[in-house]
Design a protein around this ligand. Structure first.
Ligand SMILES: Cc1ncc(COP(=O)(O)O)c(C=O)c1O
Length: 386
């Protein structure tokens, strides 16, 4: 890589840089242990298993899960969400999702719907990117098996009313799946407070873990009926051709990515107090949003909130061109387009080409944000003058 200016503002895609101790833990595991977890009884296999167990316990604690066997590991957020959807949805079910969902939710649901296996209702969000909880709840029918609601939009950062919906669904047959991809590690995420049955999040975003990490929480009451989406070796009950029915083994076919889990373990340790972390994110979010909102002729689609994810557009400049100029002229890395969220753009008025998204982290410096805001202002100013 060249040593040109590099201001990374694509944290909503994945966080970077990872901390030194995360990198060190991954290298240390690969060099000095390097074996599969849950597959052998020798000393290094036990060490590998201890890393996996440690991360499982830490995540359970962070999201206030009652027991650590509610947490299974997956290759990425998409795999965790697919495992959740295919684990509980059966032919003939009705499913409700918000238009703010990521394609990792919308594509599997749309596919099931097109195959005629489920009936799908997508509830639009407002121009602020938020779903109205009453409208969402009105879409629930007697045969609605699953409702899916992201905690935070990856396009605008808008926080969705997950706890409100969860509370209303508490005594009903409908299960609630929360996609906490953008919030886990940045702001408090609690399965108790949210009243959710299922919750998924990758580890490579705000919690600072490496790519190749994600978890799915499955409430204990669902363990028996939950269907594994992927099947294979688990290192247990090998005499049987059926998947073990115990959790989390039932959801963890094949070898886990232990080097990445070793890194994630360090990242989780470094998160510190979640309230404090939320304040840090909110502060960065305020600086980024207020800076961008003050730029004349820049249309901003994000509102005040705890996450530093801001979508903008400038008339006459395609978001892809906007991002290319930021990169080539200023060394700023930001993402343009639909951000793998197909439906929210029709609701916020960015259906054609999407947006330019700038997403920061708690560790993004004020100086870098001011530099990015000035760069955006300069590009918009030149567009307006031309
Ligand atoms: C809201 C949301 N859900 C799910 C995902 C999918 O996560 P992954 O990229 O780890 O598969 C993302 C990734 O950007 C996301 O932003």
């Amino acid at each position: 890589m060249s040593d040109r200016t590099r201001i990374y503002l694509d944290h909503a895609a994945t966080s970077w840089p990872k901390s030194q101790s995360v990198l060190h833990a991954m290298l240390d595991f690969a060099k000095n242990c390097g074996v599969a977890a849950g597959r052998g009884g020798y000393r290094s296999a036990v060490d590998a298993e201890r890393i996996v167990t440690g991360v499982r316990k830490e995540i359970a604690k962070l999201i206030e899960a009652s027991q650590s066997d509610t947490i299974s590991f997956h290759a990425n957020g998409t795999a965790a969400l697919n495992a959740a959807i295919h684990g509980v949805v059966r032919d003939g079910d009705h499913v409700v999702a918000s238009a703010a969902e990521h394609n990792s939710v919308l594509r599997p649901l749309d596919n099931l719907s097109r195959e005629g296996r489920i009936q799908l209702t997508v509830v639009p969000v407002g121009t602020d990117g938020c779903v109205n909880s009453d409208a969402f709840l009105r879409a629930i029918q007697t045969n609605t098996r699953l409702a899916v609601l992201t905690h935070a939009s990856n396009v605008t950062g808008a926080i969705q009313p997950v706890a409100e919906v969860g509370k209303a669904l508490r005594d009903r047959r409908t299960l609630l799946l929360c996609d906490a991809a953008q919030s886990f590690g940045a702001i408090p995420v609690s399965v108790q407070d949210f009243h959710v049955d299922l919750l998924a999040a990758p580890g490579h975003k705000s919690s600072g873990g490496p790519l190749g990490t994600a978890f799915l929480y499955v409430a204990p009451e669902l363990h028996d009926e939950f269907q594994p989406w992927m099947m294979g070796g688990t290192g247990s009950q090998s005499e049987s051709l059926e998947m073990p029915n115990s959790m989390p083994a039932k959801l963890e076919a094949g070898n886990l990515n232990v080097p990445a889990l070793a890194g994630w373990s360090k990242a989780l340790f470094e998160l510190g107090d979640m309230q404090e972390r939320m304040h840090q994110h909110r502060r960065v979010a305020e600086i980024l949003l207020s800076g961008l909102k003050a730029i004349p002729n820049l249309k901003c689609y994000s509102s005040e909130g705890p996450l530093p994810i801001v979508s903008v557009n400038c008339d006459g400049l395609a978001p892809t061109d906007f991002a290319a100029i930021l990169d080539s002229e200023f060394g700023i890395e930001a993402r343009a387009g639909l951000h793998c969220a197909a439906l929210i753009h029709d609701c916020i008025g960015t259906g054609n080409e999407g947006t330019l998204r700038l997403s920061a982290s708690a560790s993004t410096s004020e100086k870098d944000i001011h530099y990015a805001v000035e760069a955006v202002a300069q590009i918009v100013g030149e567009m307006t003058d031309s």
